[in-house]
Design a protein around this ligand. Structure first.
Ligand SMILES: Cc1cc2nc3c(=O)[nH]c(=O)nc-3n(C[C@H](O)[C@H](O)[C@H](O)COP(=O)(O)OP(=O)(O)OC[C@H]3O[C@@H](n4cnc5c(N)ncnc54)[C@H](O)[C@@H]3O)c2cc1C
Length: 489
């Protein structure tokens, strides 16, 4: 079934004025272009598409500025005409943060690309915000460094998107999350002014200004460049796989590792469902174990010491080393996405990542699984823990619901989200660990922050963006957004 009619054409006056700023070639106003930029990787947009339905919201026009001045001029024009703006990195967000609600100027930042400077003494890099993540990391490695921010979506995301979503890479337990790496930011504010937060190891000059923009998902301005910490490429690396008899033993071991000061570059503990899919290459006796992948990297002697300490903790937690094959298999596909194959099969599928304190685990695992399966009995539920801290961990859950008619499947999918997010907060967890809020999660922001907390965020938004033109409807900052988020993704 195909949904028509197509959306109205963009106003010609707006197109002409934007073309004067960025050049006619960099104003995309055809139906096809606007269709391409209407959504991100949130699954709800894909469900519509596979049914032959058009996106619900279409941007008015897409622009591709070349530099900071052009970004500023576009925002000034948007403010003058009161047209909403959606900053757009690579559109890999999975919560609808870059999705259109209708009529916006989408500012595609990919032409703001390239490393501006590497400071090998301070070990910092300044990079334009639209740079593709994989190209950025590749160029750093050619200079002997790594940023250490390696999301699964490395090749399909931008540095600005990492900052805007407050992301976390697969090596986060060693190198930190993006907020641990950001030392400075340049942000074009909604009135077109440039805010330059100069890079500094630390400062005691009031609340952290960069922190206001890290995780702001395009609702406060456009990040045009960032200065990040970088690290020398590791001299040594030890990759291995562990099997635990029980999930409790595995989780307890990860907690004790982090509390002992170990910093694994990769740590991935899988529940029974996810372990079963990854242990086929192991000896028969090891196949029923809870699989954990580990990697330590850095200077040779430190890595050797970390490995020895880890193996001791693993032994005392009832774990044992198994063949390394599952590690290598994961490494070979670490930047690939599996959702297209399930989407193509007509399933309703999603990943939900939350943070739980250690004291809520492992019962919290069972409670979230039960919450999801109460709503969708028989649905596939798998989980792993791959971002761990001395005080808690990210529980990353994969859900797959059977094929169903669109409205029915979407309703069930939304109900599962609601049950999981509510149960998570009831256990003292956070509703999002690293994918952000976007459109879909807006309705649980008050549950997360409380009404006073959400009021503070909304007041910050009003102060920085009094016209409300920056990515309206995202981050759960308005009642209208929450109403929309109840039936959109
Ligand atoms: C298969 C897959 C795997 C993923 N794995 C991970 C993972 O391991 N870790 C992780 O953290 N995330 C992951 N994600 C989610 C997503 O890739 C990240 O959130 C990523 O940081 C988004 O970057 P982007 O450039 O694609 O941003 P977009 O999707 O284009 O935008 C995301 C949000 O940021 C805003 N934005 C983008 N650029 C700017 C800017 N320069 N200034 C202001 N606002 C901006 C947008 O308006 C939007 O609200 C994954 C996604 C997929 C599809």
């Amino acid at each position: 079934m195909v949904d028509f009619p197509p959306p109205p054409a963009p106003p010609q006056d707006l197109v002409r004025r934007l073309a004067r700023i960025v050049g006619a070639d960099n104003v995309l106003a055809s139906d096809l272009d606007r269709f391409v930029y209407a959504r991100d990787r949130a699954p709800f947009g894909t469900y519509r598409l596979r049914e032959g339905r058009l996106p619900e919201g279409w941007p008015g026009v897409v622009v591709r500025p070349a530099d900071v001045e052009e970004v500023a001029a576009v925002l000034r024009l948007a403010a003058e005409l009161r047209v909403p703006v959606v900053p757009y990195g690579a559109g890999s967000g999975v919560l609808g943060g870059a999705a259109s609600l209708g009529g916006e100027i989408v500012v595609d930042l990919k032409r703001l690309s390239g490393i501006i400077e590497i400071d090998a003494v301070d070990q910092t890099v300044s990079v334009a915000a639209g740079m593709n993540g994989a190209l950025f990391e590749e160029e750093l490695r050619r200079s002997g460094f790594t940023c250490g921010h390696l999301p699964q979506s490395l090749a399909m995301s931008t540095v600005g998107g990492w900052v805007a979503c407050r992301g976390a890479g697969q090596a986060s337990s060693r190198y930190g999350k993006i907020e641990d790496m950001v030392l400075g930011l340049e942000v074009v504010l909604p009135d077109g002014r440039l805010l330059d937060i100069r890079p500094q190891a630390r400062r005691s000059t009031g609340p952290d200004l960069a922190g206001v923009f890290v995780g702001s998902e395009g609702t406060l301005g456009v990040v045009v460049s960032a200065t990040l910490r970088i690290w020398p490429l590791p001299a040594a690396r030890r990759n291995f796989a562990i099997g635990f008899d029980s999930l409790e033993g595995g989780l307890d071991c990860l907690r004790r590792m982090m509390q002992a000061g170990l910093r694994p570059a990769v740590v991935r503990l899988y529940d029974a469902a996810e372990s079963a899919a990854r242990t086929h290459a192991l000896a028969e006796a090891d196949r029923g174990l809870f699989l954990c992948l580990l990697s330590f990297e850095g200077a040779e002697r430190i890595v050797a010491a970390e490995e020895a300490e880890a193996l001791e903790l693993i032994g005392s937690a009832g774990g044992r080393r198994v063949a390394d094959a599952p590690f290598h298999e994961w490494e070979a596909v670490r930047y690939q996405s599996y959702s297209p194959q399930h989407q193509a099969a007509g399933r309703f599928m999603d990943t939900i990542e939350v943070t739980l304190p250690w004291h809520a685990l492992p019962e919290g695992y069972g409670r979230l699984k039960a919450a999801a399966q109460r709503i969708a009995p028989g649905a596939h539920f798998g989980a792993h823990w791959s971002h761990v801290y001395p005080d808690g961990a990210c529980q990353y859950m994969t859900l797959r619901l059977d094929p169903a008619p669109l409205e029915e499947g979407e309703a069930l999918h939304r109900a599962v989200w609601d049950a999981v997010e509510r149960e998570c907060v009831a256990m003292g967890g956070a509703i999002a660990h690293h994918h952000g809020i976007g459109l879909l999660r807006g309705r649980w922001m008050e549950l997360e922050h409380g009404s006073a907390g959400l009021d503070v965020l909304a007041a910050v938004k009003r102060a920085i963006d009094p016209l409300g033109i920056m990515n309206p409807g995202k981050l759960g900052l308005t009642a209208a957004a929450n109403a929309r988020s109840a039936n959109h993704g």
